[in-house]
Each structure stands twice: as C-alpha cells, then as structure tokens.
Design a protein around this ligand. Structure first.
Ligand SMILES: [Zn+2]
Length: 218
C-alpha cells in the first residue's frame, strides 16, 4: 500500500478488469450513469478535481438519503482508461460531497483496491444509522483531524437528553470492513510519521489536492 508522495508504477486497467469492476458494482446495486443521461440530470453536477478528457461513466448507489459514487477513470465509449487520472469513491448528500477517500491510483492492485473501497462506501450508505433518541437518519459530521468523520444527530429538540447524539464513523461496519479500514489507517499513520521525521508536512498531499467542484453543466 502506498500513500501520497511515492510514485508506484502505473498499471492501467484492461477492458476485462473494467468489466469485472462493473459487474461487481452492479451486483451491489450501483447503477451506471451514462453520459447522455448524466448531462440531463441536474442533480448530478459534482465533478472530480481534474481535467476531464473524454466522458466517463460514474456509478452511483442511492440508499437512505445518501449516495455512494464510484468514478473508475474508465471511458466506455473509447473502451480504455483515462491516461492520467485516479479513481474516486465518495459519499454525497443533497448534491454536496460529504466524504471522499484519497484518490485511488491505477497500479497493480487497482481492481481489487477499487472494489474494496466501493464496497466500503456501499456499506457506509446502506448502513446509515438512525438516531436512538429520535429515530431519524443520522448525518455525516466532520470530526477533529483531517478526513475524520462521525455520525451525528443534531435534532436536539426531539432528544430527551437535549443533547446531540453521536456514533463512531465505523458503526454498522462489518468486521471485514473494519479490518480493511484499520490496515489503511495504520499505513497512513506510518506515512505521516515518516513525513514528520523528514520535517515535511504529513498532510501536504491532501492540502494540495484540488477540491471537488460543482458545475452547471457536465
Ligand atoms: Zn436524533
């Protein structure tokens, strides 16, 4: 696993890889948004921070008022992956980006990595918890620390306690997901430690990354 800074060798996915990724996503209830349909749906205007060459088919899974999006970097019309572009897994609520994993580089383990993280955001969306006090769906809140999230219900006038209710971000996540997340967090921690020892900003890659933007037309 490589995070930021280092440059692993690029290995672009093949049409067979993409087919496997697509089948996997569809089995999990994701639907593909073909560019023709995509441009008509005003709700889908959130685009990744990158130069767009060619039209990509994103996949979206909608459940419980949230949307899990997977951008694969695959150009279906041209039957190839974009030359310079990572893949993304994000969670969107009401047209706003609520969570984004770091971009996934196309390296040797790309297919497996993308499927794993697509599965994780699918679990996050399908497992959106309800508040134990008022029964409403809980929202994704920003925690302390870069990239930190947790579940929160701020509907305090309907809470007997009069306080917000909070749950761990990994609440409802199955053991396999927790294992993957743990492994990822440990790798990140190792990377940050190394950067600190080198006197470098451990969050430079994240800070320098361009933001997702909304556009009026795709
Ligand atoms: Zn509540």
């Amino acid at each position: 696993m490589t995070i930021g800074g280092e440059m692993p060798k690029k290995v672009l996915p093949t049409p067979e890889d993409f087919k496997e990724i697509e089948d996997y996503l569809k089995r999990h209830g994701f639907e593909s948004l073909e560019p023709e349909k995509f441009s008509k749906e005003r709700a889908y205007r959130l685009v990744p921070p990158r130069r767009v060459d060619g039209r990509e088919t994103p996949f979206v899974y909608k459940d419980k008022g949230l949307e899990a999006w997977v951008w694969t970097s695959w150009l279906r019309n041209e039957n190839r992956a974009r030359e310079n572009d990572p893949a993304w897994t994000i969670v969107v609520q009401s047209d706003a980006l609520r969570y984004s994993r770091e971009p996934i580089k196309r390296t040797l383990n790309f297919k497996k990595t993308l499927m794993n993280w697509a599965w994780i955001i699918w679990r996050r969306v399908s497992g959106r918890p309800t508040c134990e006090e008022c029964g409403l769906f809980m929202d994704i809140a920003y925690g302390r620390g870069i990239g930190a999230r947790y579940w929160k219900c701020n509907n305090i006038h309907r809470h007997a306690s009069g306080e917000p209710v909070r749950l761990d971000w990994d609440f409802n996540m199955p053991p396999k997901a927790k294992k993957l997340l743990e492994k990822r967090r440990k790798a990140k921690e190792r990377y940050r430690k190394k950067r600190r020892v080198q006197g470098k900003d451990p969050f430079a890659a994240r800070k320098n990354r361009k933001r997702w933007t909304r556009v009026s037309k795709y």
